[in-house]
Design a protein around this ligand. Structure first.
Ligand code: AMP
Ligand code: MG
Length: 447
């Protein structure tokens, strides 16, 4: 974050970042928001366990520092305002992994463990995640003032977001400004969904109160980076209907954008411009996804048959539950090595049960690559398809160790996940296929 590297030696800073003392000038706050959860209007929610300490200037711009799990707020409802060590380590590592992958996300500065007991399904211990973002404003903040009819507050919030985060829209007035705001959030959300789909990330709880107006990945709960490719994969054990299954995420984001649009209606006045802004999602998302998937294949220009080429590969992967990350990485390596080896594709082929399906696809793919220099295409792919991904079982192992007071694996995972496209020979095993027991890990909303 560009903060001084000796910041951790300051007892005052440690106290502040763990929520035990205030830094000078800090005015802590929790904010109110409402939202739709699992497709239903849930009414008022709010920061039940997040407390903003205030904003700091950093080389990457102004950042809001938030403590998650530091205790009750006026919006805690029946909750205890706490977070458990398990989910805090998951959020900490996942947000840094996302950033390492080049995907827009809130960041995490540190996790502080505590012996304080916290009761979920069983007794656990408390922790605080200290997280940062240019803004933690959610669709739900707009839905709140939209639903209560507080149009002045709604306008103030929208103007704040425009002024602080979308200055290029500031010259617009009235309805035009808020329509442009909706359009910009739509654009960022479409881009984010393409990024999630392209790395096999499942969020798990895409409620509107977990959607960032800046298009950041926000609120890491029962998320999962997919192992074997399954479009219907549901990572949240509490999501029995599969509303937030992997393949549904882009559609759910669109639905959520409609909730935001609805909330902004008092400022936009007419339906047509709002609908037109939302409608752009239908072209922005597929375009962004096509671009990402082409990049995964090492293609720099668009051809007519590209989508089909991607679809055929994904269908073959689905049929054989081929590991998403390993497949793309081995394919990248294979293209690179095919410049000098005739057996380069064997390690990819070995991942498929239906080898003839892969062979047929490979012929099409190589024809599409044409005369392109395999070495440079492969190198590009190795910078696009990560070797290391934050798999559930890696998180589990790190958490088990952390529960004994040893944060060694959390620290090493952090280092590896911050550079997921590089080779880390000492941690080669973390790039392997998930072990058998990984499929029995159940992650619920409880955190
Ligand atoms: P989530 O599903 O984690 O996004 O949380 C949904 C809502 O419940 C948010 O408003 C949270 O602030 C609130 N919440 C979740 N866990 C707690 C807790 N332990 N204490 C207070 N509020 C909570
Ligand atoms: Mg949330």
């Amino acid at each position: 974050m560009g903060l001084p590297s000796d910041i951790w030696n300051s007892p005052q800073v440690l106290e502040a970042l763990s929520g035990n003392a205030l830094l000078p000038g800090s005015h802590p706050s929790a904010s109110v928001y409402s939202g739709h959860q699992f497709g239903q209007w849930a009414g008022q929610l709010g920061d039940g366990r997040a407390i903003s300490l205030g904003e700091i200037n950093t080389p990457v711009g102004v950042q809001d520092i938030q403590l998650k799990g530091a205790g009750p707020t006026p919006y805690s409802r029946r909750g205890d305002g706490r977070a458990v060590l398990r989910s805090s380590i998951r959020e900490f590592l996942a947000s840094e992994a996302m950033h390492g992958l080049g995907i827009a996300t809130t960041r995490a500065l540190c996790v502080t463990g505590s012996p304080t007991p916290v009761y979920r399904e069983e007794r656990e211990t408390a922790a605080v995640v200290t997280r940062l973002a240019a803004s933690f404003i959610r669709f739900g903040h707009f839905e709140h003032f939209g639903s209560t009819g507080q149009t002045q507050e709604l306008k103030a919030l929208a103007d704040h977001v425009v002024q602080a985060h979308f200055p290029s829209l500031e010259h617009l007035q009235d309805a035009a400004r808020y329509t442009a705001l909706l359009q910009e959030v739509t654009r960022r959300t479409a881009e984010l969904m393409a990024q999630w789909q392209a790395v096999g990330f499942c969020h798990g709880v895409m409620n509107t109160d977990n959607m960032s107006v800046l298009g950041l990945t926000l609120d890491y709960g029962p998320f999962q980076f997919m192992d074997g490719f399954d479009p219907g994969h549901i990572c949240n054990h509490s999501d029995s209907s599969g509303r937030y299954a992997y393949s549904r995420q882009p559609q759910v984001a669109y639905w959520n954008l409609f909730c935001l649009g609805q909330a902004l209606m008092p400022l936009i006045d007419a339906q047509e411009p709002a609908l037109a802004a939302l409608e752009t999602y239908k072209t922005l998302f597929p375009h962004a996804l096509d671009q990402r998937m082409r990049a995964k294949l090492g293609l720099t220009d668009a051809h007519v048959g590209d989508r089909e080429l991607v679809e055929t590969l994904l269908q073959a992967m689905q049929q054989d539950r081929v590991d998403f990350t390993v497949m793309w990485r081995r394919l990248s390596q294979a293209v690179y090595e095919s410049s000098h080896s005739t057996h380069a594709f064997e390690p990819v082929r070995d991942l498929f049960l239906h080898r003839e399906v892969f062979d047929a696809w490979r012929i099409q793919y190589e024809a599409r690559l044409g005369e392109a220099d395999r070495r440079s295409v492969g190198l590009r792919m190795l910078q696009t398809n990560p070797k290391y991904i934050f798999r559930n079982h890696l998180g589990e192992l790190a958490i088990q160790q952390a529960k004994t007071g040893d944060f060694g694996m959390v620290q090493s995972l952090l280092t590896v996940l911050q550079q997921p496209f590089d080779e880390h020979p000492a941690h080669q095993a973390w790039s392997n296929l998930a072990p058998e027991w990984a499929s029995s890990i159940e992650i619920s909303c409880s955190s």
